[in-house]
Design a protein around this ligand. Structure first.
Ligand SMILES: NC(=O)CC(=O)C(=O)O
Length: 331
């Protein structure tokens, strides 16, 4: 495995107390890029890729505690440090502002659409201050009496471009190992989220979403350049599946994949696997880390997407007489 490219981020430094109050209201949710994929009989019509560019990304594997304000401070510091290291696209972990537990989700949930989310205000301010595109992990969202596991995406002026609500809820029962049922508290999101940003066209999934290849295929067909999965795998599935799934989504779709986990916290009831990782379109690990707090830096060259797809033209070689991708939320 290639050497990890990490910048260790120490504990949060002093933070301007005004951070949470810095932005008055979150901006309206931006329109999502609706795909152009297809119900064509001959298989998907792939949306052309946006122009290639190079982007430095930072995956901030944060220490998450039960103290929401401290978690936001930690995130702010990591975003600042990532920007100082040259990152233009910064990713935070799943549920980075609260413990990953069904007991915590209702207590920590915030009303994003009603403009009452202190976390969104803080994240918007942090993205603007650091001038980065921010894929802000996820937070518990309350909306019309339901709770969601929601990822907000901000541009480098702090505008909320889009939000993705986890589509596939994490409901598993591996006897003697791990039982978790997000559906006890959370509702599933409505569908795919594609967002055009200064750092490229992004397809967003959250954790368990990475296990569903169809979602990644839809993103690839809609012209995404990178798939981003904030996630918190655990000590049972993480060692076996986390990197495998990131590589699988990358190699199937000849696309970049980024995963970003919380650091492992021995005091937490849920032990996160960590190992935030950047994978290239040939399934090569570009940069990774272990379980401690860290920021993983990687350079993405989107020009590699066309090169890899020309060298191995999987899209043209698909047998649409035998199988078909159907994007049911395409316009
Ligand atoms: N926590 C998740 O959503 C997913 C996970 O841990 C797994 O798929 O394993």
């Amino acid at each position: 495995m290639p050497t990890a490219s990490t910048v260790k981020i120490a504990g949060a430094s002093a933070l301007a107390a005004a951070m949470l109050a810095a932005v008055s209201r979150p901006r309206a949710v931006g329109r999502l890029v609706r795909g152009i994929v297809t119900r064509a009989a001959g298989g998907p019509v792939y949306t052309p890729l946006p122009p290639p560019q190079k982007v430095k990304v930072a995956l901030c594997q944060l220490h998450v505690t039960a103290d929401k304000e401290q978690n936001l401070k930690t995130a702010r510091k990591a975003i600042e440090d990532a920007a100082a290291a040259g990152a233009k696209l910064v990713v935070l972990p799943e549920m980075f502002n609260c413990p990953y537990s069904n007991d915590s989700f209702p207590t920590y949930a915030e009303d994003i659409e009603g403009g009452a989310s202190g976390s969104v205000a803080a994240l918007s301010a942090a993205a603007a201050a650091a001038r980065v595109t921010l894929v802000a992990g996820s937070i518990p969202e309350r909306c019309h009496g339901k709770l969601y596991n929601t990822c907000c995406v901000f541009d480098s002026r702090g505008k909320l471009l889009a939000k993705h609500r986890k589509v596939h809820l994490f409901d598993i029962d591996i006897p003697g190992k791990i039982t978790f049922k997000e559906s006890l508290t959370l509702s599933p999101g409505p569908g795919p989220t594609v967002v055009d940003t200064e750092a490229g066209r992004l397809g967003i999934g959250i954790c368990y979403d990475i296990r569903f290849p169809e979602l990644a295929q839809i993103y690839a067909a809609r012209g995404c350049q990178v798939l981003i999965y904030p996630g918190a795998f655990n000590m049972t599935t993480g060692p076996v599946h986390w990197e495998l799934l990131a590589k699988a989504r990358a190699v199937d779709n000849q696309i970049f994949v980024l995963t970003c986990s919380p650091a492992r916290n021995p005091d937490s009831s849920y032990q996160a696997w960590g190992h935030s990782t950047a994978v290239g379109p040939f399934a090569e690990v570009l940069a990774t880390t272990e379980h401690a707090p860290a920021t993983v830096l990687a350079d993405l060259d989107y020009g590699q997407l066309a090169e890899r797809r020309a060298a191995m033209p999987l899209r043209q070689q698909k047998r649409h007489d035998l199988y078909l991708l159907l994007d049911k939320t395409a316009p």
